[in-house]
Design a protein around this ligand. Structure first.
Ligand SMILES: CC(C)(COP(=O)(O)OP(=O)(O)OC[C@H]1O[C@@H](n2cnc3c(N)ncnc32)[C@H](O)[C@@H]1OP(=O)(O)O)[C@@H](O)C(=O)NCCC(=O)NCCS
Length: 146
């Protein structure tokens, strides 16, 4: 059974960083310092997905006005495509509702087809394209409206 909990301890952050470096391509990876800086930043909320007490995924959010923005989401490769990411998104939709937000948003690399399909399957729509958002690549801006 998979549970979703708030990331609280330093060991949670260590596990999230391990997932971050194992699932993101090297040019999309943050250094450990910038990752820790990001999660400790104001208005951030980080959650972990656990199976039998092992952290297998994480999702990071930035709370701003009426929107919750997804800063990053990752699932360990061996657990991908088994509904863990969808479970985390459902959890985030519930959090957004409780906080009376109007939308959930994110940017995704145009070349990240798996993630784009994943978001579309979960009700997100493309609203905009940000040119050269990731060094050489454009980003799709996607929104889910509550
Ligand atoms: C994107 C990601 C978070 C999705 O989580 P997940 O638990 O694998 O996704 P789910 O099992 O809930 O959803 C499955 C859908 O996601 C897509 N998908 C997820 N992993 C995939 C893979 N390895 N290959 C192809 N499609 C994949 C498919 O559309 C799939 O639907 P389908 O099985 O009907 O084709 C996860 O694959 C991941 O960590 N990817 C690497 C990091 C990343 O790109 N993060 C997003 C950047 S913003």
């Amino acid at each position: 059974m998979i549970s979703i909990d708030k990331a609280v301890s330093l060991s949670d952050f260590e596990e999230m960083y391990k997932i971050h470096t194992s699932v993101f391509l090297s040019f999309d990876q943050m250094t450990k310092e910038s990752f820790l800086d990001e999660i400790n930043h104001k208005n951030r909320l980080y959650f972990v997905a656990k199976k039998d007490n092992e952290i297998i995924g994480y999702i990071g959010l930035y709370e701003y006005d009426d929107d919750l923005s997804i800063m990053g989401v990752g699932v360990l490769k061996s657990f991908q495509n088994r509904g863990v990411g969808t479970k985390m998104l459902k959890f985030v939709k519930k959090v957004a509702k409780e906080k009376l937000k109007k939308s959930i948003s994110l940017e995704v690399d145009v070349l990240n087809i798996n993630a784009t399909l994943f978001y579309k399957k979960n009700g997100f729509i493309v609203t905009n394209i940000r040119k050269k958002y990731y060094k050489d690549n454009d980003a799709l801006v996607m929104f889910y409206y509550l």
